[in-house]
Design a protein around this ligand. Structure first.
Ligand code: CAA
Length: 240
């Protein structure tokens, strides 16, 4: 029987490529999404991957959503915490709402999704958790005090949980994508985006598939000795 993978924010952007790549690698995939029903329906139509709607910022909704996925597809073996939002503003203009929304989704969302799954993975003595952090959690970014803090928090979470999961056969790793050609990056003002591309040594934005292939590797049996690690995939823009 194929393993079951759940990808949050899995019907658009990097998440959609992750869902498709895991499906191609033989997993039964569930894609969570929060808002865009139209995109989710189109994604299911094109790929056959089931989509499930809830907000990762809501703990109870996560627990219910996970229970539903497990009832329909079986116990979740692989969790990809990919869902994320931006609310960019220089700090002097940043509102408490902009701070809180990003924290709730990008940091608490990772807790909310992992916590209800954790004991099941421990009992079954197998699990793969892959957290999609960001280059901006590593280096910080002007206009992203909220996002950079949350994404850096995801890295601390990854390293702590890796130690707790190791004896139970659960690996917990992170990927830090650089600037990838998705709607999120395209929303950055063009002039700013052009200047960012100028700082990427390979001279281009990354492709979502370049992140998805890292996820497939970390989820595989071949990656069983890798835990607490961060894969940096940013075209050489920042070295850790
Ligand atoms: N370093 C130094 N100064 C900067 C700067 C930078 N990186 N970016 C902007 N500034 C300066 C501007 O030049 C401007 O200075 P002046 O007033 O002297 O002209 C000042 O800051 C204010 O800039 P704006 O008028 O543009 O302010 P704004 O409120 O309209 O917007 C911003 C500011 C929202 C931060 C905008 O610059 C922006 O969107 N920046 C990009 C942030 C970014 O990289 N986001 C990543 C999104 S993609 C993502 O998050 C995915 C991932 O993981 C990589």
């Amino acid at each position: 029987m194929s393993r079951v993978a759940l990808v949050t924010g899995g019907s658009r952007g990097i998440g959609a490529e992750i869902s498709k790549a895991l499906q191609a690698a033989g997993y039964t995939v569930a894609a969570n999404y929060a808002g865009n029903d139209e995109a989710a329906a189109k994604f299911t139509e094109e790929t056959g991957i089931k989509t499930y709607k809830w907000s990762v910022a809501d703990y109870d909704a996560c627990a219910e959503g996970i229970a539903k996925v497990e009832a329909e597809l079986g116990p979740i073996d692989v969790l990809v915490n990919n869902a994320g939002i931006t609310r960019d503003a220089p700090f002097h203009k940043m509102t408490r709402e902009q701070w809180q929304q990003v924290m709730d989704t990008n940091l608490s969302g990772v807790f909310n999704m992992t916590h209800p799954l954790w004991n099941g993975m421990r009992e079954r003595k197998f699990g793969r958790i892959v957290n999609i952090s960001s280059i901006n959690g590593q280096k910080g970014q002007f206009g992203q005090a909220n996002y950079s803090a949350a994404k850096a928090g995801d890295l601390g979470f990854t390293k702590a949980l890796a130690q707790e999961g190791a004896r139970a056969g659960i690996t917990v790793n992170a990927i830090c994508p650089g600037y990838i050609a998705t709607e999120m990056v395209m929303a950055v003002p063009e002039k700013v985006r052009e200047s960012i591309i100028g700082q990427i040594p390979v001279g281009r934005l990354g492709e979502p598939g370049e992140i998805a292939r890292c996820v497939v590797f970390l989820a595989s049996d071949d990656a069983g000795f890798i835990t607490g690690s961060t894969i940096t995939a940013n075209g050489g823009q920042y070295f850790v």
